[in-house]
Design a protein around this ligand. Structure first.
Ligand code: RB5
Length: 142
């Protein structure tokens, strides 16, 4: 199960992404927002983050205008490693090195086609482990 959330600035890309997920056989849960009306990204980031932390969603996808605000809110959760990805190359590293469990997309700055490439990688690329496991284990505030 993939969780997905956005604010109004990510709403349009979220619609494209949900269609892509369905076409590729992924089950998803939409945490909102459900209209293009102006709203506050933390209201959608936190429910998605809780669902990923609880294991109700294996992975998450989050979208706001720049990706920055929603990424900040998500990463306040100890169990979340949210990665702002704008290109396929960084997404390979977000999975391989950072074991990102939520991918964050800048809805106002990438085309749907780029988002699909990013998602294809995010949903399939493995974590490399080893020295990277040691590093991600040190991320949570002690
Ligand atoms: C909304 O206008 C915009 O500020 C928001 O989507 C995001 O880019 C914030 O970081």
């Amino acid at each position: 199960m993939i969780g997905i959330a956005s604010d109004h600035a990510g709403f349009e890309l979220k619609q494209h992404v949900m269609q892509w997920l369905a076409q590729h056989g992924y089950e998803y849960k939409d945490f909102g927002t459900y209209t293009a009306e102006s709203c506050d990204y933390p209201d959608y980031a936190h429910p998605l983050a809780f669902a990923v932390e609880r294991g109700e969603c294996e992975r998450g996808i989050a979208i706001c205008g720049t990706g920055i605000g929603i990424n900040m809110a998500l990463n306040k959760h100890q169990g979340i490693r949210a990665a702002l990805c704008w290109a396929p190359e960084v997404t390979v590293l977000a999975r391989g090195h950072n074991d990102a469990n939520i991918v964050v997309l800048p809805g106002r700055y990438i085309a749907p086609e780029t988002a699909y490439e990013i998602l294809q990688i995010f949903l399939t690329a493995p974590f490399e482990g080893g020295r990277h496991k040691r590093r991600i284990d040190k991320i949570p505030v002690p």
